[in-house]
Design a binder for this molecule. Sequence first.
Ligand SMILES: C[S@@+](CC[C@H](N)C(=O)[O-])C[C@H]1O[C@@H](n2cnc3c(N)ncnc32)[C@H](O)[C@@H]1O
Ligand code: SF4
Length: 454
Amino acid sequence: MASPLISKYNIPGPRYTSYPTVPYWDNDTFSSKEWKLSVARSFSESNSTEGISLYIHLPFCESLCTFCGCNKRITKNHNVETPYLESVLGEWRLYLAMFPERPIIKEMHLGGGTPTFFSAENLARLLRGIFRHATVAASPSFSFEGHPNNTSREHLQTLFDFGFTRVSYGVQDYNTTVQLAIHRLQPFANVKRVTETAREIGYTSVGHDIIFGLPFQKKEHIVHTIEKTQELMPDRIAFYSYAHVPWIKGNGQRGFKDEDLPTASEKRDMYQTGKRMLEEAGYAEIGMDHFALKTDSLSKAVDNKSLHRNFMGYTESKTQFMLGLGVSAISDSWYSFAQNVKHVEEYQELVAQNIFPVYRGHILNEEDLVIRNHILNLMCKLETSWETPQKQFPELQEVLLHLQEMEADGLVEIGAGQLTVREKGRPYVRNVCMAFDLLLQRNKPETQLFSMTV
Ligand SMILES: C[S@@+](CC[C@H](N)C(=O)[O-])C[C@H]1O[C@@H](n2cnc3c(N)ncnc32)[C@H](O)[C@@H]1O
Ligand code: SF4
């Protein structure tokens, strides 16, 4: 039987990598013209002081993992690499033409799909093309996602030579039954090899992604996976709750039945077990889903209160302007969001015609900006405050009324002008954010848009 708290709070909810969340973007008031204006404004406000962030989406994977919710294209044909990278550089040139000065890149992340699907040589060509017209900021933070089955020493060395010092590897679970169900056979030896090679080369942060709630997964599999993980002691661990979103077109979450998935209370038990084991091993929990060693830059960001969250997940510092290049990539100019088209061919065609491949977005209004700050505070610091009039909004009392039940359940503490998420409430931080999410409160979805919060 599920505990009363789980029964009450396990509801569909956003993961808040943005506010407003993507389904609540007002695409009608968004236009390419508005987007360009807000890019120009944000770039000029922040480039020379804090620099910009670049996210590059590299969508190809050789084999489909049936749990995966990312935007990817499955192919074994590596001839797709060059034309795709040409398009990414073409899109970069479209933005460069708008910038009044050379961009200064503070953060860069290569995500996917599988960046290591591309040869090291092609990744080097991409990065040379990016840096030809950009300057690297002082103490940059460059990272990429590597697949343990195909990341080579050459990949790691090449990217390190361009300034990459962080890599994260998809591990998910070491049990063979689970691996077969998710169509991802991946021996521990592969993860060990790529983890050790990254360290030999000089990477200062190696991360592993582990998921709880996968088909056929049991608590003992989590225990086993974390025991194996402790043999390698990655600097960071993303400990994700499996997001079951089979209604998203083309994401390929099939090959197992809903009944094969653990129940919400089994999932919560897996999380609690994993959390305890990781904390005993010296990891500190950070925001939602993340654990890091005290020496890792993410832990340091918590200590000096610079932790930020955007479409890349948690980041060490806030850059006002994050440009997303590549198919389906999302950009954030702080005053607006924009997303690129999701199909590789359409993306390439638009760029070939010198058209920004953006197909939807949102321009943030005053209210959005205030709420966005509260949600960021909650996701990054587990607290927020409204002592100054700029942080207040007309529905604040209503929001607090909503939160009284969570306070009675011991999940949050509401004080004079501030709210703190208690340790017991940490697994429910998405639910706390939902109380502040005015767009969601005003327009509750009739069909399921988000994964469950547990
Ligand atoms: C793009 S993949 C990482 C790089 C590479 N493609 C790989 O699989 O090793 C990003 C990570 O997102 C996580 N992820 C993907 N789909 C998910 C889902 N439905 N629920 C929770 N986490 C998911 C996985 O942990 C995965 O490692
Ligand atoms: S988990 Fe990684 S390798 Fe698997 S389909 Fe998703 S992006 Fe591709």
